[in-house]
Design a protein around this ligand. Structure first.
Ligand code: PBG
Length: 327
């Protein structure tokens, strides 16, 4: 009888041994909850393509943010859905605009317990649904958009946002917004750049979540799915421009890019488990095809293993609860 020299199974023999050997751990403080707040509604509106998620009123928004804080979640990322839209997204930098009003309310309510963050992009606020302002020929005007972003960033910082999530994919946006913030005295406002943000199919349900007006696609500014090297380049450029944190998005389908970015930069790297990823799991779980909780925890562990320092996930509060209960 020749005995195996190596027995990796030795370290898997029981739950206590496996627990001690775990290389990675997900913790509630590394989870960030994206939330939608809509202007002019009396009751929260369920988002049909994202079961369990809603467009919130200011009141219901406060409630879910408090729940997240109590569960130990690290932050909330706010998206605004305005009642009125126009070509330049005027609601975005209006201090009375829904996103800025909500930010102020949440900063007061939960600002001591978690990091209140805002999405910095024009797509929810424009009547054409693009992430920037348009030239006469219909193309998204990079440099004119930067001016709008700077104004939006200052309005968000003024409303109390501690961390701006730059999701518009305009060239030079990090440097422009950083210098705009600094000039207004907002030197402590954190910039998280969606550096490697890919165009593609996984944002589908989000379009319903924000009542997107987009016709067409974002392929002239978001990245092309085949390109990984380019994702690393975008991250390096953003760090050079002053980004405090970089992000890769979508999440699970782009873990290769996440791992490459992780090894290329020394700032925190975040991931966004986007709406399509959420809805696929919810749909399969609803049909009894997969174990919902186990699948969610597996997916969050995968981000951790690939090197993510934090993850934006619509399951943040629920997963934080499971982790705290030791499930
Ligand atoms: C743009 C933005 C989008 C998402 C986050 N920020 C939509 C897009 O780029 O089309 C998608 C998030 C998700 O799908 O969960 N403001």
């Amino acid at each position: 009888m020749v005995f195996p020299t190596h027995r990796p199974r030795r370290l898997r023999q029981s739950a206590p041994v496996r627990r001690l050997m775990a290389e990675n751990h997900i913790v509630p403080s590394q989870l960030v909850l994206p939330l939608f707040v809509r202007e002019g509604i009396q009751d929260p509106q369920p988002i049909s393509s994202m079961p369990g998620q809603s467009q919130h009123t200011l009141d219901s928004l406060r409630r879910v943010a408090v729940e997240a804080a109590e569960a130990g979640v690290g932050g909330v990322m706010l998206f605004g859905v305005p009642a009125v839209r126009d070509a330049v997204g005027s609601g975005a930098d209006d201090p009375e605009g829904i996103l800025n009003v909500a930010t102020e309310a949440l900063q007061r309510e939960v600002g001591d317990a978690l990091v209140v963050q805002t999405d910095l992009c024009l797509d929810e606020f424009t009547d054409h649904g693009h992430c920037g302002v348009l030239r006469e020929d219909g193309a998204v005007d990079n440099d004119a958009t930067l001016e709008r972003y700077v104004s939006m960033g200052i309005a968000q910082a003024r409303a109390g946002s501690q961390l701006l999530g730059l999701s518009g994919m305009m060239d030079g946006q990090v440097a422009a917004i950083r210098s705009g913030l600094d000039a207004e005295g907002f030197t402590d406002t954190i910039i998280m750049a969606y550096s490697a943000k890919y165009a593609g199919a996984f944002y589908g349900p989000f379009r319903e979540a924000v009542d997107s007006q987009l016709k067409g696609d974002r392929r002239t500014y978001q990245m092309d799915p085949p390109n990984a090297r380019e994702g690393v380049r975008e991250a390096l450029l953003d760090v050079e421009e002053g980004a405090d944190i970089v992000m890769v998005k979508p999440g699970l389908p782009y873990l290769d890019v996440l791992a490459e970015v992780r090894s290329a930069v020394d700032v925190p790297v975040w991931a966004y488990q986007v709406s399509g990823e959420y809805s696929m799991v919810e749909a399969a779980a609803e049909r009894g095809w997969i174990d919902r909780r186990a699948t969610i925890l597996d997916s969050l562990t995968a981000f951790n293993r690939a090197g993510a320092d934090a993850v934006l996930t619509y399951w943040a509060t629920e997963a934080a609860g499971w982790i705290r209960e030791g499930l």
